[in-house]
Design a protein around this ligand. Structure first.
Ligand SMILES: Cc1cc2nc3c(=O)[nH]c(=O)nc-3n(C[C@H](O)[C@H](O)[C@H](O)COP(=O)(O)OP(=O)(O)OC[C@H]3O[C@@H](n4cnc5c(N)ncnc54)[C@H](O)[C@@H]3O)c2cc1C
Length: 380
């Protein structure tokens, strides 16, 4: 392998947010190599997110992990300045009259969440004048959300990793994994390294990497989600605009550096790839946004798609393989992998180092059985 040592305690495959964060945690205690197939870390899903921290979003284990990540986001650790990564934005889940049962269901589910309140159509009109008159019959308002500076977070983790002596190797696609005498030989496009433990943080490719190791198949399905950047209408105060989401997640709109980020919130299955937006995604997105808001999209400034990778129950897959020794899964973060990355990295690093799961994560109500690769109902 060019320019780095050959033998490590841990090899992490994938330098997106999952791999970068766990590598940074691990490098404080052992020797770690971070292997990335692209020439820039974060090129795939991590660099294509909507950058929202929403603790009411996702299945229960994700919510617990997201709450448990807040302390990291707010604290001054790993060289991140205090409160450097989050900035406040309210979220608003809007419902048309025909979606009132979905609004009821959401309200009932969130009844104990203190940041959440139901608001009337009239109140919604005054808070979000960009919505078309008569479009929505009510909304759930959440003041517990934030915007995440994903680039600063990702770069900060990578910086800490390097400062702690970690080695990152770009353009090193893992091609094969073989275990003998309790060590992995990892064959890459740039040569071979060995490690006691492999952490599989390969995002949409995680099942493929699992297969190379002879590990279980977790049934990971990458799903394409498309996003566009468009101009905001003249005269709109973007600082007062919340993150607006359809209550059934059919679209969302978020103020983004003086423009609007819009998405049809699609979930289209795709093989792992450098995914691009489909023309149909774009047309559906514009149609849904123009129906809901006083917006007429004339020009698309940027368009992209990314793969959100899920297993059947939409919970992440985290823990040692039940089939092969020394192979640790950190996959299936779906649409929540940025907001939950800090606690997932702390949990995964603790387990790789055979330490107990940090108490603050369990205190948020995470049941570790709900994220294990051997749980019922996923893979085969
Ligand atoms: C449009 C969109 C909006 C989103 N919005 C949010 C949001 O608001 N909040 C949130 O929390 N999450 C959001 N997400 C989800 C979030 O982006 C993902 O959960 C997260 O980025 C996954 O990180 P990862 O490190 O697992 O994957 P990736 O970033 O894809 O990293 C995996 C890496 O593994 C590398 N790799 C794969 N195979 C190999 C191999 N064989 N050898 C070497 N390297 C390999 C890849 O090149 C890649 O760099 C969104 C996603 C999308 C697409």
């Amino acid at each position: 392998m060019i320019g780095v040592a050959r033998n490590y305690d841990v090899a992490v495959i994938g330098a997106g947010i999952a791999g970068a964060s766990v590598a940074a945690e691990l490098a404080e205690s052992c020797s770690v190599v971070l292997l990335e197939q692209e020439d820039q870390p974060g090129y795939h899903t991590t660099g294509r997110s909507a950058a929202v921290y929403a603790p009411i979003y996702g299945p229960q284990p994700i919510r617990a992990l997201t709450r448990a990540s807040l302390a990291f986001f707010q604290a001054s650790t790993m060289g991140f300045g205090k409160d450097a990564l989050l900035s406040q934005i309210d979220a608003c889940f809007v419902a048309r009259p025909d979606q009132s049962s979905s609004l009821e269901a959401m309200q009932n589910e969130l009844v104990d969440v203190k940041t959440v309140q139901r608001i009337s159509a009239k109140e919604l009109r005054s808070r979000v004048p960009l919505l078309r008159d008569g479009y929505a019959s009510g909304a759930i308002w959440d003041s517990g959300c934030s915007k995440i500076d994903v680039a600063a977070m990702h770069q900060g983790y990578l910086r800490h990793f390097k400062n702690e002596g970690g080695s990152i190797v770009l353009k090193a696609r893992v091609l094969g994994l073989a275990r003998s005498r309790s060590r992995w030989s990892i064959n890459t496009t740039l040569g071979e390294v060995t490690a006691d433990i492999v952490v599989n943080a390969a995002g949409a490719w995680a099942d493929q990497v699992g297969e190379m190791a002879g590990a279980e198949h977790i049934g990971l399905v990458p799903k394409r989600r498309t996003a566009l950047i468009v101009d905001a209408p003249m005269g709109i105060d973007l600082s007062a605009l919340p993150f607006v989401v359809d209550v059934e997640e059919q679209f969302y709109l978020k103020p983004d550096a003086g423009k609007l980020l819009i998405s049809p919130a699609n979930e289209d299955p795709e093989p792992p790839s450098d995914v691009r937006p489909d023309e149909m995604d774009i047309a559906i997105c514009i149609d849904r946004i123009e129906r809901a808001f006083n917006i007429s999209v004339r020009r698309i400034e940027a368009r992209w798609a990314g793969l959100r990778s899920f297993v059947a129950d939409k919970c992440p897959v985290v823990g040692l393989s039940r089939k092969v020794e020394g192979f640790y899964w950190l996959a299936g973060q779906g649409g929540y992998g940025i907001q939950s990355a800090p606690s997932l990295a702390q949990l995964a690093a603790a387990e790789v180092l055979t330490r107990p799961i940090p108490a603050h994560i369990l205190k948020e109500g995470l049941d570790p059985a709900t994220i294990r690769p051997q749980r019922q109902g996923i893979g085969k």
